[in-house]
Design a protein around this ligand. Structure first.
Ligand code: GRF
Length: 209
């Protein structure tokens, strides 16, 4: 058993968080970057929630048509990093966290951040993976559980699984079918890592492209 304090970072509906809780993943802290349903799931399970609102890092309310243009990503990343360190967090699982973190976060938590992404990476990195896979007319996509590096959706793979694209699928129906599988695999893999039964990819894997 690895003695690690785990934080889950998220921004959305939290169905993967719910699956982690139901599977018995020991979560010490949930961090959100906005008001979201996932926070309520954590509250109901008595998991401490820290909301670090990204909008206070440069949301200029006088410019609603351009409100993201002043987002201070580095200040936000520094603040998230310091907050995680203050809570003694060792391992981080991203589960639909919609803010890209920069420098300080990756330096401090190198080799200790895991994510699940709804495509078979390296295909379809980024925020529109499901939409892009559907638009490509493929008959399958999937998801990738991987280590996180500063280059988005490019870290070493831990696990991948294919999911069929069916005729008549919408972005929503396909994403839900992918998430059904992520809700099984991601908690399982996190538990294996925390139990010391699955090694993370070696450091050398970070230097391949
Ligand atoms: C998942 O599809 C995951 O791959 C992506 O965000 C989604 C989170 O879903 N990174 P939910 O908010 O847990 O339902």
């Amino acid at each position: 058993m690895i003695d690690a304090r785990l934080a889950v970072l998220l921004s959305g509906t939290g169905t993967i968080l719910q699956a982690m809780i139901e599977a018995g993943v020991p979560i010490d802290l949930v961090v959100s970057d906005r008001d979201c349903e996932a926070e309520n799931i954590a509250f109901r399970s008595d998991i401490p929630v820290m909301r670090i609102c990204r909008t206070i890092f440069g949301w200029d309310t006088t410019l609603p048509w351009n409100r993201q243009s002043h987002f201070e990503r580095e200040a936000f990343s520094d603040f998230v990093t310091a907050s995680l360190q203050q809570e003694g967090i060792d391992l981080i699982a991203l589960a639909g966290f919609m803010t890209i973190l920069t420098g300080s976060f990756h330096n401090s938590y190198q080799h200790r951040v895991i994510n699940t992404h709804p495509s078979l990476l390296p295909a379809f990195p980024g925020a529109h993976a499901v939409r892009e896979a559907l638009a490509a007319g493929l008959n399958q996509t999937g998801f990738t559980i991987h280590m996180v590096t500063e280059k988005v959706d490019c870290g070493p793979t831990i696990y991948q699984e294919a999911v069929a694209i069916r005729r008549g699928d919408t972005v929503e129906s396909l994403h839900e079918r992918i998430k059904q599988r992520e809700r099984i695999a991601y908690p399982f893999i996190l538990k294996q890592i925390l139990a010391g039964e699955r090694a993370l990819p070696p450091a050398s894997a970070y230097f391949t492209t």
